[in-house]
Ligand binder design. Structure first.
Ligand SMILES: C[S@@+](CC[C@H](N)C(=O)[O-])C[C@H]1O[C@@H](n2cnc3c(N)ncnc32)[C@H](O)[C@@H]1O
Length: 286
């Protein structure tokens, strides 16, 4: 199989990079990577892998977990079993960000970050912000760190922090320092029956959150009042039928300019893209 000039150059550069990185058998690894990503030399193996993948999908393993990657807001992220597959829904946050006038250097927290999709996409759009992605599950943190390493090659940079957002002392260093908190927390009520992709093949902590689905949302709002700067923004995704309850929670915590944004364009068959936005009052310092 003859390769074009671009492919040949990419392969030559990869050999140098693999050697420099200390990979112990760069030629063997390069052969596998070329076979997997540039040209499948072994057609029979490719066909076999296709059939295995179809069988997995018929067992309702999520597509992202089978193919191992997902495009989110144009970012090529790695995902796999044990981590939430980012959904186009969450791009509603990025559309809002484009209109928000955040000052250069603003500290941003992506709480419940999973693979890091939201925080990384914010960092790509606004490289002048300081973004930290917070996640508590080991497997998800593993994918978060892989995505951070991958996207450094695209010049996208965020920090990773492994912490449980219910443990307030872990966030002491951010007290009144954060200009924007974004979160796509688990928000499905405990008893809800979901498709197997979500109900059986995602970690329950990534999907469900208490009887009304808002346990984590309550924690995030309470935490936000201690971390946000005066007039700092809080943006949380939730279900369409939770909008009234979430707005009430924002208001009970003295958040101002509270509004719910519904983005039908980013919605899909798994639900509607909805988020509530508010900002901390000047007067409130928890
Ligand atoms: C719905 S997923 C969203 C992941 C990511 N933000 C996205 O949109 O792809 C929720 C994430 O919250 C994490 N999570 C759940 N409870 C948490 C907690 N108490 N502290 C930190 N992260 C938590 C889960 O592990 C999961 O990765």
């Amino acid at each position: 199989m003859s390769l074009g000039k671009q492919e040949q150059e990419a392969i030559a550069l990869a050999r140098v990079q693999l050697e420099a990185a200390g990979v112990w058998d760069p030629d063997n690894d390069l052969d596998s990577l070329v076979d997997r990503f540039i040209v499948r030399a072994d057609k029979q193996r490719a066909l076999d892998e296709f059939r295995l993948a179809v069988s997995e999908r018929c067992n309702r393993i999520p597509l992202g977990h089978i193919v191992g990657t997902v495009a989110f807001d144009d970012l090529p992220l790695v995902v796999g079993s044990g981590v939430f597959i980012p959904r186009p829904h969450s791009t509603v946050i990025h559309k809002w960000l484009d209109d928000a006038r955040l000052a250069t250097g603003t500290c941003v927290l992506d709480l419940c970050a999973g693979s890091g999709a939201i925080g990384l996409a914010i960092a790509r759009r606004r490289p002048d912000l300081r973004v930290t992605c917070v996640e508590f599950e080991d497997v998800a943190v593993h994918y978060l760190k892989r995505n951070i390493a991958r996207l450094a090659t695209h010049d996208v940079h965020v920090n990773a922090m492994q912490a449980d957002i219910r443990e307030t002392p872990a966030f002491a260093g951010f007290k009144h320092q954060v200009g924007l908190i974004v979160a796509n927390p688990p928000y499905v009520p405990r008893q809800t029956q979901l498709q197997p992709e979500w109900g059986s093949h995602h970690p329950s902590a990534a999907v469900y959150s208490g009887a009304d689905g808002l346990d984590l949302t309550r924690h995030i709002i309470a935490l936000a009042t201690t971390l946000l700067t005066p007039e700092g923004w809080l943006v949380i995704e939730h279900g369409e039928d939770q909008a009234f309850a979430v707005r009430e929670l924002f208001q009970q915590h003295h958040l101002l300019d509270v509004s719910t944004v519904i983005d039908r364009e980013s919605s899909d068959t798994t639900g509607t893209s909805v988020m509530t936005v508010g900002r901390l009052s000047n007067a409130v310092q928890a």
